[in-house]
Design a protein around this ligand. Sequence first.
Ligand SMILES: Nc1ncnc2c1ncn2[C@@H]1O[C@H](COP(=O)(O)OP(=O)(O)O)[C@@H](O)[C@H]1O
Ligand SMILES: [Mg+2]
Length: 413
Amino acid sequence: MDLLKDVLFNQVAVIELETKANEYKKLVEKYTKEFNSLPAKSLKYARLDRERQVNDKLYMLLKTKYQESRISEASKMSNVRIVDPAIPPEEPVKPNKRLNLILGLLVGLFLGVGIAFIREYFDRSVKTAEELQSYGLSAVAIVPEIDVKTALERFQKISRDPESEEPLKARLVTHYDPKSSVAEAYRTLRTNIQFSSPDKPIKTLVISSAGPGEGKSTTVANLAITFANLGKKTVLIDADLRKPILHKVFDMQRDPGLTHAIIGSHAIDDVVKKTEIDNLSIITCGEIPPNPSELLASYKLSSILGELREKYDVVLFDSPPVIAVTDATILSTVTDGILLVVRANKTDTRALQRAVELLSHVKCNVLGAVLNGVSVSGGYGSYYYYYHYYYYYGDGHRKKKRAKRKKRETRAY
Ligand SMILES: Nc1ncnc2c1ncn2[C@@H]1O[C@H](COP(=O)(O)OP(=O)(O)O)[C@@H](O)[C@H]1O
Ligand SMILES: [Mg+2]
């Protein structure tokens, strides 16, 4: 029994072990199978592993480079720091308009003042009546500048000849425009001459100037008209034997004239010509001689003058400039006085000084000077107006005007 039992037991064990063996066989088969597929996988693995190694190396290389570049970057930037970020300006930096404007203004101002100073420094012309006094000349009158255009219009109206283009005749503003301020100035001149020496009235007078073109002929012609207008028998003599002009101004024949009377070819009455103005006569210059100074210095001229003195209340002489020739100086010794015409802003102070010096060498009576051609619109205009009103209103207004004048003068200078 025991044996059977052992057999049975062993049989069961065999079956059990066979089953196990089968199971193991299956496992072996499975593993064999798996094992057989291993070479392909290992190949793939080996390939991938190589790839990994390469990538590993590449990665390491790149990382090294990156770190290197970071280090070099950090080392370069080491001494540079942004302390304060830049702020972009809202307005353009250049051009600085305000600065340029101020600079321009200053430069312009200095330039203007500088030029004014330089001009003033080099301008040696006489400008004011006060300047005349520094040469020992009293300002007998101040004659404003004649507005030639207006004077010509007036002349054309009165002469009833609208086509007339004679600026020469238009100079006689005292006749054609007696109400003008220029005529008023000439009347002032007349008044001042009359009152310059009340005891011994000026009957014979020479008008001259330092240089040419200062207004001798214009002044003497207008002065003669104002004397004639006053009812004085006046004779105007063109003793500028070098550049005679009065015959043209009064529209007359030049011959016969003064030179004819001096050389004795004509009697004095034959050379005196009446004008359209009452009480005014003219002696034109006559033939222009080669030796005017000798003729004027002749005894004959003195006797002619004596004769004219008898017949006329006022005898006026136009003459050449004092500096150029001696004619005016000679005449001044035989007449009651000499008046110098000074053209404002034109007459050179040195020339005027020389003229005064030349006249001081002879025995003559220098009445003073007429400041001619003073600009009315300019700074000195106000100065002239003072004179204008002064004589126009007479005594009653003098004080008021004098006060006003002082104010104006302080403003003008
Ligand atoms: N007050 C004045 N205003 C404007 N022009 C004047 C004045 N006086 C003179 N003139 C002008 O000056 C120029 C010279 O004048 P003129 O009397 O012939 O001078 P002169 O006889 O001294 O040579 C002329 O053209 C004249 O018209
Ligand atoms: Mg003249």
